[in-house]
Design a protein around this ligand. Sequence first.
Ligand SMILES: [Zn+2]
Length: 125
Amino acid sequence: MTQIYAVDIELIDSFNESAKACYPDEFLCMVRQEDGVVNELVLLPGTVYGDSHSFLSEWMAPVDYSLAGTVHSHPGYSNEASDDDLAMFSNMGGIHFITCQPYDRNSWKAYNSKGQVLTDLKIIY
Ligand SMILES: [Zn+2]
């Protein structure tokens, strides 16, 4: 998998918009990267929001090597990964964003598959 070093600010804006639209449910989708920059949300048909099991099976099915990881929202004010989140991250590999209220440019965190916060991720404006 290509080493991811940056995320497009438009991606952050759009997952926050989607998170707001889904509130109080969790928003959940996949992300795609291009040349190491995460820049596209990949909405999966038939995804049941908040059901990580159906979501996981969607991940396992397609073979698309530009898929880089996931993003999901928390309905509260914490963007810390839960135990379930950490289990999902480790199963999938890649990069995983969690955003929380108030769903703005400062309310998200990115994790690697080990559940470590990615602090050196560049933002492309
Ligand atoms: Zn979570």
